[in-house]
Design a binder for this molecule. Structure first.
Ligand SMILES: [Zn+2]
Length: 389
């Protein structure tokens, strides 16, 4: 049976002990220790990493009374000098204690019970049994949790019997039978939990709620505590700084500048559409003036397929001949006719594209196709010119 040191103190980072067993499994080597402060996966909290005799600990799992440490390779001898990756562990402690506080305040303020907790690499989430929380409620919640952090309530943990646990006002009944580990935030709550926690709420640093999502009638709240919240703030400041320099203005004026920029974009799009329309009319007239032999065909150096389509449609309103247009830059073709023409553009493309390595299709009056290479597109272009009659 491994003595789980993290049950008694979350602040043990280095210790000496003995290797009691080592075993080979399909995915690698595992060792058992007489005493371990390595936290195994559980209760929504990921495991610790660190070293045993300088050898990296890759994974830690709990199996009945034992803690199994997956190691990169087997240590020699039985003496074990162990060290925990403290940055990772302390981050988990901040998020996990922050979660207890968030859940407790959420229950007190809105009668919203926490159904589950997940601690991910990026952010942590809880699911609460309320279909929705308003922005005002979330802001109130965030303020209250931060206030409880500043009040610096001591956090302690201890074992009680099942019967003693039943007399405590636990937020949720314990999932284990027999002795139950209680994590108490003084004057805030009692919680049955096996996780690692900071010694008082001040250690959480701060909490920042990030977003909510609806989850099958419940609400998922994403949040960051402590150093993660600071890093989030730094990331946001970095983005704001980039936007400030791009728009050449202070952060307080960025939104107004973006709104102005959007207005200008809309204006430009309108002007561009009008100019394209005008340009299409010139091109259409020019193409119709050329001597044709029953099919109007033209290649453009660089004209997006959407523009080819609108030009082709315009042309078909002016002539009964089919229209074939190509964009050389993207190896795309468009074929159209005005309707009375018997053959279907889409069916013709579907029937013959395969032989030219092309993909596409369309309706009886308008079809488009793309090709892997310009040569294939040009070969098909010539094929259509000769055969679409
Ligand atoms: Zn917990």
């Amino acid at each position: 049976m491994t003595i789980r040191m993290y049950y008694h103190s979350s602040y043990v980072t280095e210790w000496e002990t003995k290797i009691t067993n080592s075993l080979k499994r399909d995915d690698g080597w595992y060792v058992q220790l007489e005493q371990s402060a390595f936290y195994p996966h559980g209760g929504g909290q990921p495991c610790d990493t660190g070293t045993i005799n300088g050898i990296p600990v890759l994974d830690v799992i709990s199996e009945e009374d034992e803690v199994l440490h997956k190691v990169e390779r087997l240590p020699e001898g039985i003496a074990a000098s162990c060290k925990i990756d403290w940055e990772r562990r302390f981050d988990h402690m901040q998020q996990h204690s922050g979660q207890h506080l968030l859940s407790a305040v959420c229950l007190r303020l809105f009668d919203a019970l926490t159904l589950s907790f997940h601690l991910g690499m990026e952010s942590a989430t809880i699911d609460v049994d309320k279909p929705e929380l308003t922005l005002e409620q979330l802001s109130h919640l965030e303020r209250e949790v931060n206030k409880t952090i500043y009040d610096n309530h001591p956090i302690s943990s201890y074992m009680v019997s099942e019967e003693e646990a039943s007399r405590l006002p636990l937020a949720k009944p314990p999932k284990v039978s027999g002795n139950v580990r209680i994590v108490e935030i003084e004057s805030v709550e009692y919680n049955a939990c096996g996780g690692t926690h900071v010694s008082s709420t001040g250690g959480i640093g701060m909490i920042k709620l990030l977003r909510t999502e609806k989850m099958k009638g419940n609400t998922r709240i994403s949040f960051k505590c402590g150093s993660r919240a600071l890093m989030e703030f730094n990331d946001c400041m970095g983005i704001l700084g980039t936007l400030s320099s791009k728009f050449n203005t202070g952060k307080e004026d960025i939104v107004a500048r973006i709104e102005k920029w959007e207005q200008e974009q809309k204006q430009l799009q309108t002007e561009l559409a009008a100019l394209k329309e005008q340009n299409d009319s010139f091109i259409a007239r020019d193409l119709l003036d050329r001597p044709g032999d029953g099919l109007i065909a033209h290649q453009f150096e660089n004209k997006p397929v959407k523009d080819l389509q609108s030009l082709a449609i315009k042309l078909t309103t002016l002539t009964n001949d089919p229209v074939l247009l190509a964009d050389l830059a993207d190896s795309k073709l468009v074929l159209a006719h005005s309707g009375p023409y018997e053959r279907s553009c889409g069916a013709f493309f579907k029937e013959h594209l395969g032989s030219y390595g092309g993909k596409g299709g369309g309706s009886s009056t308008l079809a488009q196709a793309g090709f892997g290479s310009l040569n294939e597109a040009l070969a098909f272009y010539e094929f259509v010119k000769t055969n679409f009659r």
